[in-house]
Design a protein around this ligand. Structure first.
Ligand code: DC
Length: 216
């Protein structure tokens, strides 16, 4: 369906990425992990030896971003996690990345996951999901992911890091992490990936059908 946008927001390791990728495949829509834009911006800064808290350098890196930057295999290290959270609070960085996100979905629709997709990037999206899960559950998931990639950090460290990033993402002045008023919240603490997918797909299909009726 042309221009149909599914917006999925939520904190780190809430299961957004897995769900968004599966929904996109099931619906025949493109998928964009918008966190990668902030990660790739952070990666450019770290590579250049710049301070990730330097707002001008961050804005320059965001403007210079190329699509192939998103394909790098080194965007998920703990150092990039922290630097991405810092650069994502810079208004000029967010402005530079907004057009890319809107352009990505404009022609054929897409599933996008992030922190502000339903509130800022696509406030008119017909389907908005807000994924949550308890902090210990998310820390366990992220710890496993990191261990699988060869990053050996303690669970306690991962949990403290997630809590700090959530707090920063939710407290920042611009586009903070929050559920849109019309988002449906899905708590995945006790849901496995299949159950979350089944619920989300049923919801998206009912919204699509309602929209088709409205335009019939
Ligand atoms: O989803 P993630 O962990 O890959 O995101 C990396 C960082 O980017 C995280 O600190 C939140 C930020 N982010 C954001 O501010 N807005 C988005 N739409 C996506 C991510």
């Amino acid at each position: 369906m042309s221009g149909f946008v599914v917006a999925i927001d939520g904190p780190a390791a809430s299961g957004k990425g897995t769900l968004a990728r599966r929904l996109a495949a099931a619906l025949g829509l493109a998928y964009l992990d918008t966190g990668l834009l902030y990660r790739a911006t952070a990666r450019r800064l770290l590579d250049a030896g710049a301070d990730p808290a330097d707002e001008n350098a961050a804005a320059t890196a965001a403007v210079a971003l190329l699509p192939e930057d998103l394909d790098r295999s080194d965007l998920r290290s703990p150092a990039v996690d922290r630097a991405a959270s810092l650069v994502s609070a810079v208004p000029a960085v967010r402005a530079a990345l907004l057009a890319f996100q809107r352009g990505f979905a404009a022609a054929h629709g897409a599933v996008l996951d992030g922190r502000d997709i339903g509130t800022v990037v696509f406030p008119d999206a017909p389907v908005k999901l807000f994924l949550t899960a308890s902090l210990p559950t998310r820390a366990e998931r992220r710890w496993r992911e990191l261990a699988a990639r060869g990053y050996h950090v303690s669970r306690a460290e991962v949990e403290a890091d997630l809590a700090a990033r959530d707090a920063a993402d939710a407290a920042r002045a611009i586009a903070p992490l929050q559920a849109a008023a019309d988002a449906i919240t899905l708590d995945t603490t006790t849901l496995d990936a299949d159950a979350a997918f089944a619920r989300a797909l049923a919801l998206v299909r009912s919204r699509m059908a309602a929209r088709a009726d409205r335009f019939a």
